[in-house]
Design a protein around this ligand. Structure first.
Ligand code: ATP
Ligand code: ZN
Length: 734
């Protein structure tokens, strides 16, 4: 007898099936349990699908009308692969519901792309191969012997973690260099020892931090115990990691779906939150405040927030770690009497400082502000900063110069006619890159040779305005041309280049395009072959540089005046992170952070000077509360793209008018449509509309009812001009 199976398939975002949750029905001769992969005919194509749970009254997955004549059989079932777990499926359901997408889209996007290509037979062969070749991950959890002695702060935090249960997530609030990674390593170790089957998931915000983390975990637990999952991997590599984490069927129990030896530790970026981890017991989210945890297309999920949800589903302990937590997480970790739900663990001191209690400020660098209003006009690097850098270099120490803007200059300008290097396709300027003499749009990629004369009036007097990392690198080379590296053996690096000229290196997206370049450049810094490192936020976070004793921030002020209410939070955490790269080796002399600013008394810099995140957070939260902003309210953005700005806004305003009756009783506010801050990209006009409520439940309720309205609008005159629209729940950039 044939069985009727509900199956999730990937569906185009605006189709009717999508609205129905992306679920359709097919016939199958075998009974297949939910979570199994199948290949099914869909229209003229054949696609990968996943058997899903039957909708129940309690779960409001809409049922798709079944037309008996049109029912088709599945092509095949990929029975070699054990089904995805119940809690994995509930994670997908939740993600789809919360972020207003279809479960089909979320589920299929969460699988490694290479799975889509494999037939049942090919997959079975792969699994057999992996079974034969695979190491035995069960041997993991017995780490190397000579572990560092824990600091008192680390020991206290670990004790609390050991006593905690999965019901309350932890926020590990640890200064930069306080040894948070060691806490993660020990927490994972303890979990693996306690439960011989347990799996741990450790997430970092950026791919460029995974090799470093992987090295530390592999060193501790052995290569067999660890796999990585991130978008920098090839499809076959990703499939292999994914299968290792999912576990294979035991040789005897293939049909029974018995899983053997899934790998114990998965390290990854945000996508790893959807890894199949059938025995997940611990989730670590490092640098939990980082905006990279938010997916910016498709289902716009926050991997940090999903970690909390998944922890609850799987009964797994969750540890969020940061020196500058997101204000949301900070607020959740207020004392329980005040309604806090997370447990806050503080590690205010650096590892080195604990060994040397005389070190001031917990071993954190001294922050100095340079008032740029009192410096020579036009100075890019102020004289006192330059003098300090020369001194450091002469002593064989390294300096890091941070500027969050790549290229040579953000604009090229004609003094004669006021022409600027605007992008013809975007409402933005093209950036001047001197190295290859190009003008490049950082939004659409449009690139041209730099003109010899002004394209508008022909004047040869065209000049760069403002500066990027390329220019700072060039400028510093001139300013430091007469400085020699010291001759002492300790400071000359492997290459023995003492007495030679100063070495300046630049690390940003332009210097690290090719695979391996970033790692090679970082290695040079670690080996002491570089005296001055210039870079963007790419070098600001996470790296454990041992010889940097001076960090300079060239021009952070612009972020103080942004219209985005999260700009100060982002700036503060970026500055704390970059400051955290200085003086990580306690053996080095006192380290410093120099901030060049025209607003030296700004409260943000005052708090930075004291390394006082709690004071900064308290002040920001007070402002947010008074203004009714997150975390005291909940937001979603609807974004549209159209050929004209009027078209983009017309859709939003029509949607708003149609939603008003439902919004009012729920106390949901619909704001007017506005152009996005970069209004036009690649000749497409963009607009957005904010939806806000003091209640998360009310906002959710409104959005899910409103979805159908938005879908239907596409067929009306107001919807005609629209190319795309999307809902972003809990948006990070407004
Ligand atoms: N108990 C310890 N004893 C000696 N060294 C330690 C100890 N714990 C950590 N370290 C070392 O201290 C340095 C800083 O630790 P780690 O990188 O874990 O800091 P972190 O808190 O993650 O910093 P950041 O937030 O800046 O990334 C590392 O080189 C690490 O090996
Ligand atoms: Zn452009």
């Amino acid at each position: 007898m044939a069985h009727l199976l509900p199956i999730l398939v990937p569906t185009p975002a605006h189709s009717k099936i999508h609205l129905a949750g992306g679920m359709l029905s097919w016939l199958s001769e075998q009974t297949l349990s939910p979570g199994m992969l199948v290949r099914v005919p869909l229209g003229k194509r054949e696609v990968l699908g996943m058997v899903w749970d039957r909708p129940t009254e309690t779960r409001d997955t809409p049922t798709h009308a079944v037309d008996a004549d049109k029912l088709r059989p599945i092509t095949e079932a990929l029975t070699a692969l054990p089904p995805l777990s119940e809690s994995w499926r509930r994670l997908v359901d939740f993600t789809a519901r919360y972020y207003q997408r279809s479960a089909g889209e979320v589920a299929l996007a969460a699988l490694p792309p290479a799975l889509r290509e494999l037939s049942g037979e090919q997959l079975a062969r792969r699994l057999k191969k992996q079974l034969r070749a695979g190491p035995n991950p069960e041997s993991a959890g017995t780490p190397v012997s000579n572990l560092p002695t824990l600091t008192a702060e680390q020991a206290t935090a670990l004790e609390a973690l050991a006593q905690g249960d999965a019901s309350a997530p932890f926020l590990l609030f640890g200064a930069t260099g306080s040894g948070k990674t060691e806490v993660y390593l020990r927490a994972v170790q303890a979990m693996l020892a306690r439960d011989p089957q347990a799996q741990a998931l450790v997430m970092v915000p950026e791919i460029n931090l995974t090799p470093q983390l992987e090295a530390r975990f592999v060193e501790r637990f052995g290569a067999a115990a660890v796999v990585s999952l991130h978008s920098g991997m090839t499809n076959p590599q990703r499939l292999q990691s994914w299968l290792a984490a999912h576990g294979r069927p035991t040789e005897e129990g293939e049909a029974a779906g018995v899983i053997a030896s899934p790998v114990r530790i998965v390290l990854g970026t945000r996508m790893a939150i959807f890894a199949s981890l059938p025995r997940l017991r611990l989730i670590v989210v490092d640098e939990e405040h980082d905006p990279s945890y938010k997916q910016q297309e498709g289902a716009r999920y926050s991997a940090r927030d999903l970690a909390i949800y998944r922890g609850r589903l799987e009964n797994a302990q969750v540890i969020l770690g940061s020196a500058t937590p997101s204000l949301e997480s900070w607020h959740h970790s207020r004392p329980a009497e005040q309604g806090g739900r997370y447990v806050r663990l503080a590690m205010p001191n650096r590892v080195g400082a604990i060994a040397r209690p005389d070190a001031p400020g917990g071993g954190l660098p001294l922050v100095r502000r340079v008032d740029m209003r009192h410096q020579p006009k036009g100075a890019v690097v102020s004289p006192p900063l330059l003098a300090a850098m020369r001194e450091r270099i002469a002593r064989g120490e390294q300096c890091l110069v941070f500027l969050n803007r790549r290229g040579y200059a953000p604009v090229l300008h004609c003094a004669e006619c006021d022409w600027k290097s605007e992008c013809p396709h975007c409402s933005a300027y093209r950036v001047f890159h001197k190295i290859d003499r190009t003008l490049r749009c950082h939004h659409c990629g449009y690139t041209e040779r730099v003109p010899r004369a002004c394209p508008s009036c022909g004047s040869p007097d065209i000049r760069p305005i403002g500066r990027g990392t390329e220019q700072i690198e060039e400028h510093l080379a001139e300013l430091l041309a007469d400085v020699r590296r010291p001759l002492g053996a300790a400071a000359t690096g492997e290459a023995g280049t003492g007495g030679g000229p100063v070495r300046i290196a630049r690390i940003d997206a332009d210097t690290t395009r090719r695979k391996g370049e970033l790692q090679a450049q970082l290695a040079q810094v670690h080996e002491g072959e570089v005296d001055v490192l210039v870079g963007t936020q790419m070098i600001a976070k996470g790296h454990d540089f041992r010889r940097i004793t001076l960090v300079a921030v060239i021009n952070p002020d612009t972020a103080l005046f942004s219209s985005d209410f999260r700009a100060p939070e982002r700036l503060f955490s970026l500055l704390m992170q970059v400051a955290g790269r200085a003086g990580r080796d306690s053996a080095a002399g006192a380290s410093e952070v120099w901030v060049q600013t025209e607003q030296p008394t700004h409260p943000l810099y005052e708090a930075l000077k004291r390394h006082d995140y709690p004071a900064f957070a308290a002040q920001q939260l007070l402002e947010r509360e008074q203004a009714g902003l997150p975390p005291f309210s909940f937001q979603a953005l609807v974004r549209t793209e159209a050929r004209t700005q009027e078209g983009a806004q017309a859709f939003l305003n029509a949607a708003s008018a149609l939603g008003q009756d439902a919004a009012t009783p729920l106390a949901v506010t619909l704001y007017p449509a506005v152009p996005m801050s970069v209004q036009r990209v690649a000749n497409v006009e963009r607009a957005q509309m904010l939806v806000e409520s003091a209640s998360r439940a009310a906002l959710q309720r409104f959005l899910s009812d409103w979805q159908a309205t938005l879908h239907d609008l596409r067929g009306t005159p107001e919807g005609q001009g629209i190319l795309r629209w999307a809902v972003d729940v809990d948006p990070l950039a407004i």
